[in-house]
Design a protein around this ligand. Structure first.
Ligand code: 6CS
Ligand code: FE
Length: 317
């Protein structure tokens, strides 16, 4: 093996733009050395039970575990139009050239399509579904806007994994999201089973913060969205978190929904079953947490990955 081979390639040679964290950086990461596991400085639940629709025990569960799963929050019929939209999108060869499309490493399959709440009517309606928005508003204790949306198509046989990560680490470092006041909502369009690469979470890990090694290179997203190697915990940190918190993998049929905190450690394995695992992910951010300049010092990622122009609150219709 040649010297340097097998390293992150882009990341191995990147020089830091900032030599130390900015004064307003409450969660420094990727400043060269690997860091010790830190604590979270933000609340997890920002709203109250009185706001509804979640009751006290659901809020307590989310606060303690960093996620909340609903077996049948939406009817299968409500996600059927999105599944049909997905099969059209997958068949569209031209779409694979679009900036918003991410292709699987080593194949021509669609892996992710970003900003689906802007490009497709059925997916837009799903991202604005009043049941989802009401829960996001309560957990975040404010009005919300959509920071990111995407479809992840994890095809049968060869659908690739998403390595362990905290979304917040990337959204903070690369997008400039200041605080842990945003969340993801994963909506199953096909059954998520124990076998087809479901979302795995370390419940409770959202209370820690794992600064990552390495230095962010320019345009890191082009590599990271295919296969993430930077902005991931080192092996010791991951082993420690799994020892402390264990692993859970909520599963369910089409229409099942998992809300999860921006900082919970999560990932998913590859899918070697013939059964695709397709999910829509929508990220709701509090209107009080809009992005500033990225904390790595580089220009922000494109708007289709991280909204920084349109903070229109999603209305509760
Ligand atoms: O970089 C991002 O924003 C995305 N990447 C991953 C692996 N998860 C969250 C997010 O969609
Ligand atoms: Fe993620």
């Amino acid at each position: 093996m040649m010297a340097g081979e097998g390293m992150t390639g882009m990341g191995a040679t990147a020089q830091p733009v900032l030599s130390s964290p900015r004064a307003d950086d409450r969660y420094p990461s990727r400043f060269g050395a690997r860091g010790l596991i830190k604590d979270r400085h933000d609340p997890v639940v920002w709203g109250t039970p009185e706001q509804g629709p979640l009751c006290d025990s659901q809020l307590l569960f989310y606060a303690g575990n960093g996620y909340l799963h609903f077996d049948a929050l939406l009817a299968p019929a409500e996600v059927q139009s999105c599944l049909e939209a997905l099969s059209q999108l997958r068949a569209d060869e031209a779409l694979k050239q679009a900036d918003e499309a991410v292709i699987e490493p080593g194949s021509r399959e669609l892996r992710s399509l970003f900003a689906v709440h802007q490009s497709n009517a059925a997916l837009k309606a799903l991202c604005q579904h009043p049941k989802l928005v009401a829960i996001a508003q309560q957990l975040l204790g404010s009005e919300v806007y959509i920071h990111q949306s995407r479809i992840n198509y994890k095809g049968g046989f060869r659908g690739k994994e998403f390595y362990w990560h905290s979304d917040f680490e990337t959204w903070h470092v690369e997008d400039g999201v200041p605080a842990m006041r945003l969340l993801s909502c994963s909506i199953a369009l096909t059954a998520n089973t124990p076998y087809n690469g479901p979302l795995m979470l370390l419940p409770g890990s959202h209370q820690r913060y794992v600064p990552c090694a390495g230095v962010t290179p320019q345009d890191h997203y082009r590599a990271s969205l295919k296969q993430q190697e930077l902005g991931v915990p080192d092996d010791d940190a991951l082993a420690r978190l799994v020892q402390d918190f264990g692993i859970t993998a909520p599963t369910g049929l089409a229409g099942s929904v998992t809300f999860f905190d921006c900082n919970v450690m999560h990932g998913s394995s590859s899918n070697i079953t013939p059964l695709p695992r397709s999910n829509v992910f929508v990220v709701y951010n509090s209107l009080h947490n809009t992005p500033v300049a990225p904390f790595c010092g580089l220009p922000p990622r494109p708007n289709f990955i991280a909204e920084r122009r349109d903070f229109t609150p999603v209305a509760l219709r």
